[in-house]
Design a protein around this ligand. Structure first.
Ligand code: GA4
Length: 335
């Protein structure tokens, strides 16, 4: 293993003047998907926080465990093998560099296109890894299909509670064959150099603060902590990990479609110098040519649209040409 110098590690130190609130956010909304009254709580969570945790989600544990074990195998393989799946733009393996504009994080990741038959092309290109990669592909497919169905169920409950018709007004965008959804596996390795030097109190930025551009994100992580969400007053609060539940956050596009009723929440991940962390996130996005604008039925008599209409292609382009912390929606707000 190549030892990293102090100055190399320094670029990942958390550069923020805001203290991390060590207290657990007391009310991370908890939604029990098996309860009939949950659609009301779900909409409230999207309005108040833009983030919630779901239990009784019905995703088979087998899918989660198999994916985690395949991903662990991938991230522990030699660097040369992992690099065969890279670079990450548009899809593949990435290491420390995030996006196109200089963001860095203490993270390795796989970004995968979830459109049938279009993903893993690079992963599958190395013939000696062929069988292993096929297994990986199968477990990702099973997992993503199940998580997408859960995301659609949640979106339909939201539409129902908001009295929107048709009920699949949001979910049809994810179900569309052309849906531009992405799947990401993040691996935050431990940092032995940081422990040895006991620098910076052990805080490294794993994934900098940002909002997700899509409609909805479904996150599952192992039991290592690291996720923090930013409340409206800008304070960051720690989200206790829970490997048996899923965390959902509202994306920028859903904020626009609900004319700002639902909030897309800023979040970040702090890497742990002692323990690795693995997370898997499904980002449910619309087809590229889909027009994103506040739904007419939500614009009540006196209510003006807060956003200019755009296509998902335009928004995605603008997002991918920005840095993580950029206020992406600002460009599309009506003044
Ligand atoms: C954040 C949500 C998803 O992980 C992602 C990220 C994307 C990337 O990693 O390439 C972006 C980021 C995300 C938003 C701003 C741009 C693009 C990195 C970045 C600096 C895959 C996505 O869709 O947008």
């Amino acid at each position: 293993m190549v030892a990293l110098s102090k100055s190399t590690i320094e670029q990942f130190f958390i550069k923020t003047c805001k203290p991390v609130n060590a207290l657990t956010f007391p009310q991370i909304p908890l939604i029990d998907l098996s309860q009939p009254d949950s659609k009301h709580l779900l909409v409230k969570a999207c309005q108040d926080v833009g983030f919630f945790k779901v239990v009784n989600h019905g995703i088979p544990l087998k899918f989660i465990n198999e994916l985690e074990s395949e991903a662990t195998k991938f991230f522990s393989s030699p660097q040369s093998v992992k690099e065969k799946a890279g670079p990450p733009d548009p899809f593949g393996y990435g290491n420390k560099n995030i996006g196109r504009n200089g963001d860095v994080g203490w993270v390795e990741y796989l970004l995968l296109d979830v459109k049938r038959d279009s993903h893993y092309n690079k992963l599958l290109s190395s013939s000696e890894q062929h069988q292993e990669n096929l297994n990986f592909r199968c477990v990702v497919d099973d997992y993503v299909t199940a998580v997408k169905n859960m995301a659609c169920k949640i979106l339909e409950m939201m539409a129902d509670e908001l009295k929107l018709e048709p009920r699949n007004v949001f979910s049809k965008l994810l179900m569309d064959e052309q849906s531009d959804s992405v799947f990401r596996v993040n691996y935050y390795p431990p940092c032995p150099e940081l422990q040895e030097n006991e620098i910076n109190g052990g805080n490294l930025i794993g994934f900098g603060e940002h909002t997700d551009p899509q409609i909805i994100s479904v996150l599952r992580s192992d039991n290592t902590s690291g996720l923090e969400i930013s409340l409206r007053d800008g304070s960051l609060v720690y989200v206790p990990p829970d490997s048996e539940s899923f965390f959902i956050n509202v994306g920028d596009s859903l904020q626009v479609m609900t004319n700002g009723r639902f909030k897309s929440i800023k979040h970040r991940v702090v890497a742990n110098s002692k323990k690795s962390r693995m997370s898997m996130i499904y980002f449910g996005g619309p087809p590229l040519n889909e027009k994103i604008a506040p739904l007419a039925s939500l614009l009540e008599r006196e209510e003006d649209s807060l956003y200019k209409e755009f296509t998902w292609f335009e928004y995605k382009n603008s997002a991918f040409n920005s840095t993580l912390s950029h206020n992406r929606l600002g460009l599309f707000e009506k003044i």
